[in-house]
Ligand binder design. Structure first.
Ligand SMILES: *Cc1c(COP(=O)(O)O)cnc(C)c1O
Length: 223
């Protein structure tokens, strides 16, 4: 199916989720995840009205960015190796996968101006998932004070690929609750306004639980 058609279907579901939770659709940014598809398909997404794109691997990101440039805002959503940081700085608008101090240090060193970062939190505790545990997130944020070019704009999580709606909801609630704890600390470099949560499998639940950024690949552009 065409991206425009998929997008209109996704927007309807977002609208429904917003109605269920007293939210407004314009509070939610759809990040089109183009990691499985061609540059042409990514362009089709932009023509359909997508203004934010996400890539999880450096090669895919650089390739698409070269063609699309600033026709979209760019989100780096995958694991980022410290030695690759210099290749994304200046090209990405946000990094969703900050999960260790060595990475913060490298970003801070390579950039001339503050970089918007989401901390990746491993809420479910699955061993295979990257990210910091819920308990370690606030202490980690405090350690970042020395890196003046790191701005913690939000939290990101990947829920496990399961069908159990209540379990998914519970994961998103825990991330939303952690955001409140962080905001209560009023840390200047960590406004932590955003929640990057929800993928094709679970974005409606994520929106109901407060997602501000949903990362959609297969349902939008295909896989
Ligand atoms: C691939 C990917 C997505 C999108 O996944 P879909 O299930 O295809 O929507 C979202 N977030 C991250 C971090 C990803 O790697």
């Amino acid at each position: 199916m065409g991206v425009a058609e998929n997008l209109s279907h996704i927007r309807q579901k977002i609208e429904q989720a917003c109605q269920n939770s007293n939210r407004k659709p314009d509070e939610i940014t759809i990040i089109g995840v183009t990691k499985y598809v061609t540059i042409e398909r990514a362009r089709e997404a932009i023509e359909a009205g997508i203004t934010n794109l996400g890539e999880n691997r450096l090669e895919g990101f650089l390739e698409k960015h070269e063609y699309i440039q600033d026709s979209a805002s760019w989100h780096f959503i995958g694991t980022l190796q410290s030695r690759k940081v210099k290749e994304v700085i200046g090209k990405v608008d946000a990094i969703h996968s900050l999960d260790r101090e060595s990475l913060a240090k490298e970003i801070n060193k390579r950039t001339a101006k503050p970089v918007d970062c989401f901390i990746q939190v491993n809420v479910s505790g699955e061993q295979t998932k990257h990210g910091i545990s819920l308990e370690d997130t606030l202490p980690f944020i405090r350690e970042l004070e020395v890196y003046s070019n790191i701005r913690i704009v939000g939290l990101m999580t990947m829920a496990p690929h399961i069908d159990d709606q209540e379990q998914l909801r519970n994961i998103f609630r825990q991330l939303a609750s952690l955001r409140e704890d962080i905001q209560a600390e009023r840390i200047a470099y960590a406004p932590c306004e955003y929640l990057s949560m929800g993928m094709s499998n679970d974005y409606q639940i994520a929106v109901e639980e407060g997602a501000t950024h949903i990362r959609i690949g297969s349902d939008l552009v295909g896989s």
